[in-house]
Design a protein. Structure first.
Length: 315
């Protein structure tokens, strides 16, 4: 099943791609882009759930439907799953051919303030939402989030506004991102301040990839605590606090993806005014030239922004 969306193409120049995740990319390169919104230009005859000219957002993982994880309902762990914009060509193209089962109708978003920006952020929001569900977060619990990039910040927002957390501690080395996150987090600390602080937490979710900090944070877990890992960097997590983990009944889990009805749940929260997702967007850029500049200078995004969004048509 296929559909075609409008978008733009940054460049076909091949640049090295580095990933610690298992991925089949191939030597000819890949068109990147796996978070976005497009308008349907056409679809195959057997596609029934979308229509021509409809605005859609995208899930970013294709699944086979027949492996044991898929048949068990564990779609995010599909043995043959492919990531849009990495293992299959993504959204940075003039006309893009996308599997129709990835399309999610966002017609209801069109007239709401920030609706299109929110729709373009559904994918990372889904990753954060699933991590909160996998952490089994309960109302009244205390949660620490490591890292205030887009997914870390969305995790903070979800904990505060959707999961009823009583206290959220955001841990981030960059001053801009700590300040930006303070509108949702109860306390924002540097990593050193976090380790010196005496608070304990039922849940810690790592969206930073700082696995040394994760290992040290084990000391800060309360009984029955859960540590969720979201960020990949290919490094080892070295734990020397096994006795503490046993005594306090702690667990560490990984969380991947956003499949399984997550978009529908997020859409309901947003459309009912409970989740201002578009507020994580700190800069809106226009056109291919500006997009290409940001892609080749990621330090500008990291140091001065949370989420940068690109509008590829005219201002």
């Amino acid at each position: 099943l296929k559909l075609i969306i409008t978008s733009k193409k940054v460049s076909r120049k091949i640049r090295p791609l580095h990933s610690s995740a298992p991925a089949d990319i191939g030597g000819s390169g890949r068109i990147i882009g796996h978070e976005g919104v497009g308008r349907v230009l056409g679809m195959a005859a057997d596609v029934m759930h979308i229509k021509k000219n409809q605005l859609v957002a995208f899930e970013s993982i294709t699944t086979c439907g027949y492996c044991e994880p898929c048949r068990s309902g564990k779609l995010n762990q599909c043995n043959h799953g492919k990531l849009l914009g990495m293992e299959i060509d993504g959204l940075f193209g003039d006309i893009v051919d996308i599997p129709a089962n990835l399309a999610f109708d966002i017609s209801a978003f069109q007239d709401s303030p920030g609706g299109i920006m929110t729709a373009a952020c559904l994918e990372p929001t889904g990753v954060a939402y699933l991590a909160c569900k996998n952490a089994r977060i309960k109302p009244g619990e205390r949660v620490a989030i490591l890292g205030a990039g887009p997914i870390g910040l969305l995790t903070v927002m979800l904990c505060k506004l959707a999961f009823g957390v009583s206290e959220i501690c955001l841990v981030e080395p960059l001053d801009f991102r700590r300040q930006f996150a303070s509108q949702w987090a109860d306390i924002c600390l540097t990593p050193d301040e976090f380790l010196e602080d005496r608070r304990e937490f039922e849940v810690i979710i790592d969206a930073s990839g700082d696995l040394d900090l994760v290992a040290l944070a084990i000391n800060k877990m309360s009984a029955g605590g859960r540590i969720g890992l979201l960020a990949r960097n290919g490094k080892s997590l070295n734990i020397d606090k096994v006795d503490i983990m046993i005594t306090r009944n702690l667990s560490i889990f990984g969380s991947r993806g956003h499949l399984g009805g997550i978009y529908e749940q997020i859409a309901r929260l947003y459309l009912n005014g409970l989740l201002p997702i578009h507020h994580i967007v700190t800069k809106l850029i226009y056109g291919l030239d500006e997009l290409a500049d940001y892609i080749t200078h990621p330090e500008v995004i990291i140091q001065e922004n949370c989420k940068v969004m690109c509008k590829l048509d005219a201002k």
